[in-house]
Design a protein around this ligand. Structure first.
Ligand code: UGA
Length: 453
């Protein structure tokens, strides 16, 4: 058995490392030569827990890294894991996948072996049938289903837990025709992931499953953020108690109900936009998904309002952002709400200091000399007039009165309620927590006194 994986990003590098560490001859291919030489030395190009260890093991065993597409010859399976980034209008950009499938087609035309090509990249329903299959058949001058297999194999791994999700996914989806290639692929996956359900369907449905999955996750997040906003207006309510309790209802489930500053990352925002775009083009008004996206954008606006309410004019103020990775356990800042907040605050004239356990160097590539990048939390907080916790890093759980001692003004806005219950000597606001009753009374007294005077 020989497998090729084309595109060594989060999905491709994780998949090829896991396959090879299990003893399967695996060829990891990426056109970026610099990336290839780093990976070949055992250095992943991004941070992902346990990846380095498993990559090193894979390289010692059966992993070969190359930039040569010709290495796919004589492979049984060819996984395509290249990116499908976003265009400005919300559509996905298929240029990379088109180039790769054209090359695969040309190489398959010379191949003696009949490989199965599995597309893991996220593509809009209809892309396999209308774009990828014709490119492969045209360039190979061979027939899908007879001379080679073509299967949609959407990926569901989460960054930060990519290795465990690759070793044991919750499902394997195989989209395509029920040919001998499908049978062989089903056998491979049932041996590779015993006891994981395998769903066999057609291409379009497999493509749609991926978008439905991410749309539902985004909907859950915007739903809980909406409830969190309502909680903020009701004294003493706590969104975590609400989320944990409704999560016990098996019809709801407890995951993805963590209220915060909104969803980010390279997948949910892009996939929601793409499905909204597709739906609108078809004449189906994407009412719910548009609301999900709108709710997501509002979260960050609300944080800015909170900052203004507490410190007044933002221009010239020293603000510290704790966490710029789009979520904990990654250094990925693509479409991160923390990064978005920094951009917005810089435009408003704030002086920004950032802290993040893993993503500082990536943030520096964006903001360069326009912000400060500090490696310790107390130093990052020193002299600042307001701190905003954006990413739920475990490190922030350790913040105490000593850590915040040298803040110029002790105002903390906590998007994940990490410091709730810490009794900090600070003015504390958190997403999803209703203010204490006395604060409302005090505000009422102030309003009344203004009216009377
Ligand atoms: C997401 C999906 O969860 C994966 O199943 C999918 O394979 C992947 O996209 C993809 O399409 O490639 P990922 O982008 O790694 O995975 O990130 P998530 O864990 O889904 O988090 C996305 C965002 O939602 C983050 O900003 C996170 O902080 C936020 N989030 C998540 C919340 O605000 N609350 C939650 O309860 C969960």
């Amino acid at each position: 058995m020989k497998i090729a994986v084309i595109g060594l990003g989060f999905v491709g590098l994780t998949l090829s490392s896991v396959l090879a560490s299990r003893g399967i001859i695996t060829i990891g291919i990426d056109l970026d030569t610099k990336k290839c030489s780093k990976i070949a030395e055992g250095i992943p190009t991004f941070f992902e827990p346990n990846l380095k260890k498993i990559l090193e093991k894979a390289l010692k065993k059966k992993l070969i890294i190359t930039n040569k597409m010709s290495s796919i010859s004589n492979c049984d399976f060819i996984f395509v894991t290249v990116g499908t980034p976003q265009k400005k209008n919300g559509e996905i950009d298929l240029s990379m996948i088109k180039v790769v499938t054209k090359d695969i087609g040309k190489l398959v035309s010379k191949n003696k072996k009949k490989p199965t090509i599995l597309i893991k990249s996220t593509v809009i329903p209809g892309t396999m049938k209308n774009v990828i299959l014709p490119i492969l058949e045209r360039n190979s001058k061979k027939k899908a289903g007879k001379d080679f297999g073509l299967i949609s194999n959407p990926e569901f791994l989460q960054e930060g837990r990519a290795i465990q999700d690759t070793i044991k996914p919750h499902v394997v989806v195989l989209g395509g025709y029920r040919t001998k290639f499908m049978k062989k692929t089903e056998k491979f996956f049932s041996e590779f992931h015993p006891s994981v359900p395998i769903i066999i369907t057609n291409h379009q449905t497999a493509e749609m499953i991926k978008y439905a999955n991410n749309s539902f996750l985004a909907t859950k997040i915007s739903f809980i953020n909406q409830i969190a906003r309502i909680c903020e207006g009701i004294p003493d309510t706590n969104i975590d108690d609400v989320a944990n309790t409704i999560g016990l209802d098996p019809r709801i489930g407890n995951l993805f109900l963590n209220a915060g500053a909104g969803y980010g990352g390279s997948c949910l925002p892009k996939d929601i936009k793409a499905i909204i775009n597709l739906s609108s083009k078809m004449g189906v008004d994407p009412i719910l998904l548009t609301a999900v996206e709108k709710m997501n954008k509002q979260q960050i606006n609300n944080i800015i309002v909170l900052i203004k309410q507490n410190i007044g004019e933002i221009r010239g103020k020293k603000l510290t952002i704790l966490g710029v990775a789009f979520k904990p356990n990654t250094d990925d800042i693509r479409d991160s709400v923390g990064i978005e907040l920094v951009s917005r605050l810089l435009k408003l004239g704030a002086k920004i200091t950032m802290h993040d356990p893993k993503a500082l160097e990536n943030a520096r590539k964006i903001f360069r000399d326009n912000a400060k990048y500090v490696k310790s939390v107390p130093s990052a907080l020193k002299d600042c007039q307001c701190a905003i916790i954006m990413t739920q890093w475990k490190d922030y759980e350790r913040i105490n009165n000593k850590t915040i001692k040298h803040m110029a003004k002790k105002i903390i806005i906590d998007s994940r309620r990490i410091l709730y219950n810490k009794n900090l000597d600070a003015k504390y606001f958190a997403i999803g927590l209703g203010q204490k009753e006395w604060k409302f009374l005090w505000q009422a007294v102030l309003v009344l006194s203004e009216v009377i005077l």
